[in-house]
Ligand binder design. Structure first.
Ligand SMILES: Nc1ncnc2c1ncn2[C@@H]1O[C@H](COP(=O)(O)OP(=O)(O)OP(=O)(O)O)[C@@H](O)[C@H]1O
Ligand SMILES: [Mg+2]
Length: 241
């Protein structure tokens, strides 16, 4: 078992597949008999449903983990503007209090063996004032998994993310390359995983293909878990399972 109460899923950018990978990790740990909770501390770009703001990311995560925790714990802040959390909060007249997030995490962690937490954007995205996603990971004191895209530029963005995490005292325990397409993959896509692993010293725990049946906004898992169980190796996470 990873020797932590949580794993923080961050990414090299917004839209790289953090929700998909966090959902996959939750489902794969659950399949190993581990009681998993999930959390999306701050959602910006929340959608309105029957007058309520809803986090599509949190809904997808809870479905993947088959979790039924109180939404106030799983998603303490849901903001409508699709902007960085600090700006979305400001224009919504909301003040994000990191202590609300850490307290919700600790409550979830008391009820579960492991809590998978999805960030927002990448490591240096501001949550409130000068408090960044990386500061939140430090405050939660949990290791990180980095989600990266397969295409050209991913070596630079992955190494930047990993080195920044390490510099801030955060432990990256694995990388997932997400959205690999066999039909369009060229030299960059084929060579990057090995180079990221070698130059960072952090293992690539798997390469997840692009799966048309998956859709976060529709909460559609399709064949995600089945494919991921063959393509991701949790034992490659530092700390193991
Ligand atoms: N492996 C995949 N196969 C097919 N579609 C995918 C895959 N991974 C992600 N997607 C789609 O790409 C989009 C972005 O993925 P996702 O929402 O997981 O990214 P994210 O990093 O969580 O983004 P955000 O920063 O907005 O939270 C979503 O519409 C999702 O359904
Ligand atoms: Mg997401």
């Amino acid at each position: 078992m990873v020797d932590a109460k949580g794993i923080f899923v961050t990414g090299t950018d917004t839209g790289v597949g953090k929700t998909v990978v966090a959902g996959v990790l939750a489902a794969l740990f659950k399949a190993k008999g581990i009681d998993v909770g999930v959390m999306k501390p701050v959602q910006s770009g929340g959608i309105r449903e029957n007058g309520q703001l809803v986090s599509e990311d949190c809904r997808f995560l809870m479905k993947a983990a088959q979790a039924d925790d109180d939404i106030a714990l799983a998603n303490p802040y849901c903001l409508e503007p699709a902007l960085s959390p600090n700006v979305a909060a400001q224009v919504s007249g909301v003040t994000i209090d990191p202590r609300v997030i850490t307290s919700a995490f600790h409550k979830l962690a008391r009820h579960h063996d492991l809590v998978i937490v999805e960030g927002a954007g990448g490591l240096l995205v501001p949550i409130e004032g000068d408090f960044l996603i990386a500061d939140l990971i430090q405050a939660l004191d949990i290791p990180a998994v980095v989600v990266a895209r397969p295409s050209l530029g991913t070596i630079n963005h992955s190494l930047l993310t990993i080195r920044c995490a390490q510099h801030m005292g955060i432990k990256p325990i694995g990388v997932v390359i997400n959205g690999f397409r066999d039909d369009t993959a060229g030299m960059a896509e084929k060579t990057s995983p090995e180079i990221i692993e070698r130059l960072s010293g952090v293992r690539v725990i798997g390469i997840l293909p692009y799966l048309p049946s998956v859709d976060v906004s529709e909460a559609r898992l399709g064949n995600l878990i089945e494919v991921a169980s063959q393509r991701l190796d949790l034992s490659r996470l530092e700390g193991g399972v």
